[in-house]
Each structure stands twice: as structure tokens, then as C-alpha cells.
Design a protein around this ligand. Sequence first.
Ligand code: OSB
Ligand code: MG
Length: 399
Amino acid sequence: MSRLQRNNQARPILPDRIVLRHLRLPLVHHFETSFGRVNRQETVIVEVHAAGLVGYGESPASAAPFYSAETVHTCLHVMRDFLVPMLRDAARKAVERMPCRDDVTGRSRRLIVDPTELPGIFARVRGHNMAKAGLEAALWDLKARLEHKPLHALYGARRKRIPAGVSLGIEDSIEALLERIRLFVARGYRRIKLKIKPGWDVDVLDRVRAAFPLLPLMVDANSAYSLKDLRHLKRLDRYRLLMIEQPLGWDDIIDHARLQKALRTPICLDESIHSPDDARKAIELGACRIINIKPARVGGPTRALQVHDTCRKLGVPVWCGGLLETGIGRAHNIAIAALPGFLFPGDISGSDRYYKRDVISPPVQVDSRGWISVPRGSGLGFQVDLRRLAEYTTEALKL
Ligand code: OSB
Ligand code: MG
């Protein structure tokens, strides 16, 4: 290799310090699903430091293994003991493979391990998608900052704004829920999702539809029903719902296919989809007509992009779900939701819907017509508020 060629090479950037933070934040309003009520959120924030920059990611696993098998503690354990060592090992091997590594002085900077390589590097670890996702997201943010590009541009996403939806939990009374709906409709939200469970479904929907006949509305059962409820679930067809999210088992696609045949309303799968292959199989079986993509649930941005592409090829619309993320995870979701296959408003709401003081500034804001602008600054496009991050941190692992 000539000196000139050598100088034209990008300078390789190695991840330096990695910090895993366990955060605990009070919610502005309790959030109740078919698996229970929470008043605060726990999550893991990942920092990858390199070349004087920091990339941020989030593993929004929560404190209890109710939505998924992961918790904040399984994330911390699997990242510290397996994923971070695997990433470091891959970085070391990449350095060894590099020619003339002492003399690479090119001006552009390239991560020694590209974030798209992480699913392969982590493949030996089964499951633990949220742990994988937090680390991969931090690497994407870092890559975007190194290249002075906004994250969505790295994904090839072009939208300048995305429509905001909101997911409203189970309340103590239908009146209280109607009040919540009025509040978010007045704030401009373009779609409302209601959590349902047996005993909190058709009566609620009767009242909501009477008050809001034209509201873009959907429901999410978080696996609260079974095929035994088939006749009951058919009653949901009356309410002109955009979709019914995850009515049946969290690990099922077979019964969902049976149910979808009996319903006019599209089924949307959330919990059942962990990979691009899961998405393909569910669609081939007819288990759903729509898919909720949560990058954290499918193992990170690279796999979220693959699920998006798979669904797009098969003509199935997707939208971006949420897991009560802080502004960091939410900013990552905004970047993904700017892709063209995201055809419904997501569970991407303003910071003020979740937290009084978010960890980013400015907070995520929804305009009066229900749009969120996709930021144009480099990386996440939001400033991380280090004071707030420290304030909410209960434990930090410096690796
Ligand atoms: O099923 O989509 C879900 C929150 C926590 C766990 C599961 C779910 C949700 C939401 C809220 O519906 C999404 C959000 O606004 O972040
Ligand atoms: Mg859901």
C-alpha cells in the first residue's frame, strides 16, 4: 500500500469507555396495562465514549419481566458480562486485521465496528434483544455524530416530521379515561390507542365512540385474551378501530392467524415479533395485517430496519411503538419512524406525556396539529442533559 493510499484511509475509532446507567424516573401520570399499573419507569441508558464524543442508547426494559422477559437488571448483567466483552473483542480483532495501523492519518473517521455488524457479533447470545438494542443504538448515535449527520439520514429516512399518537392506559373510571382522551385530542394527537383487558373493553369503547365518533382509534390488549374469547373479540369489529394490537398470547402467531380470519379489524402484532423472520412468518400465516416495530424489542436499529424492509416488501404497513422511553430512546425511535414504511402514527408522544423533566433538551414536542419534527442536528439531534441524567441515575457501571 502506498503512503497516499494509507493517508486516504478513514481513521479507525475504537469504543473507549462504556457506561451503563440504571435510571429511575417518576411518570407524570400512572400507566396501566393488562399486566398492571406503574407510577415510575426504570430503564438503562448506554453511553459509548470515543474520540471525545459520546453516543447514547437506551434499553427500556422496565423493572419487572411483564411486557417481556427482560428487566433492567438482566440488561445490565448481559451487557456487562457478555455483550460489552464481545464488542471489545470484535474491535480488537478488527484492529489486528487492519494494515499499517500505526500510520492511518486520514481525516474522515470510521467506527472500527460498524453498528450494522453488531447483530452478527451478538448472535451467540440468544434473546436479550433490549440489552443488544441499547448498545447498538449508542453505536449508531456515535457513528452519526462522527459523520456530522443526523441519525435518520444514516437510515436513509427522509421525512421531516412524523405524526404523533398516544397510548392511554386503563383508568379507574370511563369518565377519567374520557377526560384523558379530551386532553390529548386538544393537544393535537393524530391517533389514540387505548389499553384494554377483559372487563375494560366494549363498555369503554361504546362510550368513547359515542363521544368521539370519528377519532382515529385503536386498542392494545397486551395478550389479555385467548381464542376462548373469540365471540367476545368479534364485538370489537363494531368500533371502526384502526387495528387491535396483540390480543392473544405474547409468544403466539398461530391463534392470531385463526382470530384474524374471524375479524374484519386488522390485527397488529407487538410482543410476538422479535426478528425480521418472525415478521415474515406472521405475515405468511396471516396472523396480522400490521406490525408494531419497537427497535428495542427486535434487537436494535439494524434489525428494526430489516423488519421495516421485510414488511414493506410484503405490503404490510408498520408503525413505531414505544416502551415509555426517556428522550434518548424516543429520539432513536423518531429517527426510525422517519422511514417510508411507517404508515400509521406511532406511540411516539411528547416528553411531557411521560416525564416532567426529560433527559434531553429541548424535550420532544408535539405541535398543535399533532406533528413531531425530525431533528436535523448530528446524531440524535437532541442535547443530552447531563445533570438530569445524573439526577435519575441510581447506579452507573463504568466499563
Ligand atoms: O404494549 O405498546 C405496548 C408501554 C409499555 C409496555 C408496553 C407497551 C407500552 C405502550 C406505551 O403502549 C408506549 C409509549 O408511549 O411509549
Ligand atoms: Mg403493545
